[in-house]
Design a protein around this ligand. Structure first.
Ligand code: SF4
Length: 190
């Protein structure tokens, strides 16, 4: 089982030129076969190439101008995606209604399915319903941790997350990582 250590590496370029200054757990040292395979996919898979190009273009064009929901609209427009699925938590029904109005206002066709479809918490059901709707891209709106994993696993269409549910931070999941009080409270003392 490989171990990798990018998180505390000072390197930012990750190119052949800086390999000598990288930690022993640099993925380029410990998992070269995986990276060779990735290069073959990046170079040879037309869908991967197109998604990567569009992602770069959206990032560049909307840099510090477009909120994530606008990035989603622009991403779909550039890829000619017309049918969107939304897997939402019933706790975010109002936000989901706002999202639908925005997406449909931009000409997208949207199918939205609640987490409680058919009773209980049913992320597998959400995925299979959206699979039956032949959506081209599915959007997660605040599914619980674990349910988001199951939804992603069973979704035929690619999945992106617009809202990560965090009942404590108004869905600002990075808050406890950037706020010192929360960070200290959550970091076990050694
Ligand atoms: S790939 Fe290597 S050089 Fe790049 S951040 Fe990870 S450890 Fe550092």
């Amino acid at each position: 089982m490989a171990q990798v250590g990018c998180a505390f590496c000072p390197g930012t370029a990750c190119t052949a030129e800086d390999i000598e200054s990288t930690p022993q757990l640099c993925p380029r040292r410990v998992t070269p076969e995986a990276l060779e395979q990735a290069e073959r996919i990046r170079g040879g898979d037309a869908t991967v190439k197109r998604y990567a190009e569009v992602a770069s273009d959206v990032e560049k064009t909307g840099y510090r101008k477009w909120p994530r929901v606008q990035e989603l609209i622009e991403f779909c427009a550039r890829l000619q995606i017309e049918r969107i699925g939304v897997a939402f938590c019933v706790g975010l029904r109002e936000e989901t209604q706002s999202l639908l109005k925005i997406l449909e206002g931009h000409g997208l066709s949207v199918e939205a399915v609640a987490c409680t479809v058919n009773g209980g918490c049913n992320p597998v059901g959400q995925a299979l319903v959206l699979n039956a709707c032949n959506t081209q891209l599915n959007v997660i709106m605040g599914l619980c941790l674990g349910h988001d994993i199951l939804f992603t696993q069973f979704s035929d269409a690619p999945v992106t997350t617009l809202v990560v549910k965090d009942r404590v931070t108004c869905h600002n999941t990075v808050g406890p990582l950037v706020n010192r009080y929360w960070r200290n409270a959550l970091t076990p003392s050694t």
